[in-house]
Design a protein around this ligand. Structure first.
Ligand code: ZN
Ligand code: ZN
Length: 362
């Protein structure tokens, strides 16, 4: 069973640390470790306690039935405390006689304080233990992400006919979402971003009610979600014939993106891949307009490990799914970003996003 491999990996990490238990409450991490599907929403009150002997899941009555069914045949024992999840959890830790507890760095401070005061043993904050296991994907995870990427590709093909002067950014964002959801996406990976004209110079502009106008650059950044797993893609088009400046920027971003993808293979540090795109944009005179990192890992979360930026010393490894998304953003003029989802392989990579990347002039 897949989740067993994940639990074993976390137990090894725990064993190496000298701590006797880890508490995991990040929803994506809980979902990953248990393998439970269609059980937890973003609000779920759930916590896992893992030791070398026990695998306990604590939750409240809203999730208990679904958890009991999902846990059948797995090592997870479901606990539904009458009072607070964390009160019972701490009582159980004390009853087990455990001495040291690892807690994820992402827990809210109030919860950390409560547990530190209630639990009799040592509490130590640990960072990214589960996320580091999540950073390379199994074949089943990759299949879901490829399916999510395909849903985004199809939504892009669909939206091109609807990009006409007068339609607003908000209408396009909604149409992208409706198309992905009506073709099988569970919600969206994140709120679609649509930035037109001068708004396109802001990498994460809020979607507005601005109507598209002739001459606009229009950047659309969106992703679908299939059985928990995200895709992430950006395309930029021009409303009408591109000006020489728009075409020059587009060509530079596309060349940077394609060159960086060519550099992706298992064992290459993220910063080296980032440098391929950054150096090319600098050579073309646009270096100062590319402020963000080149890419990020994607999985159950749309932003996860590994990082692909100028600070990422860590190598990308076969099985990681990352984005490659250089952009040029000229304030007052507009911006271009092109983003693909890419599976890292030994000796190369496989691009999961298949929507066209040539300059589309609507
Ligand atoms: Zn994106
Ligand atoms: Zn992205």
């Amino acid at each position: 069973m897949i989740a067993d491999r994940r639990v074993s990996a976390l137990r090894r990490r725990l064993g190496d640390s000298g701590l006797s238990a880890i508490l995991v409450s990040g929803i994506a991490n809980v979902r990953y470790l248990t393998g439970f599907e269609d059980v937890f929403d973003g609000e779920a009150n759930v916590a896992l306690v893992l030791t070398d002997q026990v695998a306990r899941l604590y939750t409240d009555s809203r999730y208990s039935e679904a958890c009991e069914i999902a846990a059948d045949g797995t090592p997870w024992r479901v606990h539904v405390p009458k009072e607070s999840v964390y009160t019972e959890l701490c009582n159980d830790l004390d009853a087990d006689g455990l001495k040291g507890l690892a807690i994820e760095a992402s827990v809210p401070y109030g919860r950390f304080k409560f547990i530190s005061e209630k639990f009799g043993g040592r509490v130590e904050v640990v960072d990214q233990w589960v996320e580091e296991i999540r950073r390379t994907k199994e074949s089943g995870e990759i299949e879901r992400m490829a399916a999510a990427a395909e849903l985004a590709d199809r939504a892009f093909g669909h939206i091109l006919d609807r990009l006409v002067p007068g339609v607003t950014e908000a209408q396009i964002a909604l149409e992208l979402e409706v198309h992905m959801r009506s073709h099988g996406s569970e919600g969206v990976a994140f709120e679609p971003l649509v930035a037109s004209g001068p708004n396109s110079s802001r990498p994460h502009a809020r979607v507005s009610s601005r109507p598209l106008e002739a001459g606009d650059l229009v950047t659309m950044d969106f992703g679908a979600r299939v059985r928990g797993y995200c895709s992430d893609m950006t395309r930029t088009v021009v409303m009408g014939a591109a000006t020489p400046r728009q075409a020059e920027i587009y060509a530079a971003v596309l060349d940077a993106q394609v060159s960086a993808i060519d550099a992706v293979k298992s064992g290459v540090p993220g910063l080296k891949i980032d440098a391929v795109a950054r150096d090319l944009l600098t050579e073309r005179g646009f270096g100062e307009y590319f402020g963000h990192g080149l890419g990020h890992g994607v999985g159950l979360d749309v932003h996860e490990l590994p990082s692909v930026s100028s600070r990422a010393r860590e190598s990308v490894l076969a099985g990681a799914v990352i984005t490659i998304e250089p952009g040029v953003y000229v304030p007052g003029f507009g911006g271009v970003r092109i983003e693909d989802l890419v599976l890292v392989e030994d000796g190369g990579c496989r691009v999961l996003s298949c929507a066209p990347k040539h300059l589309i002039q609507i």
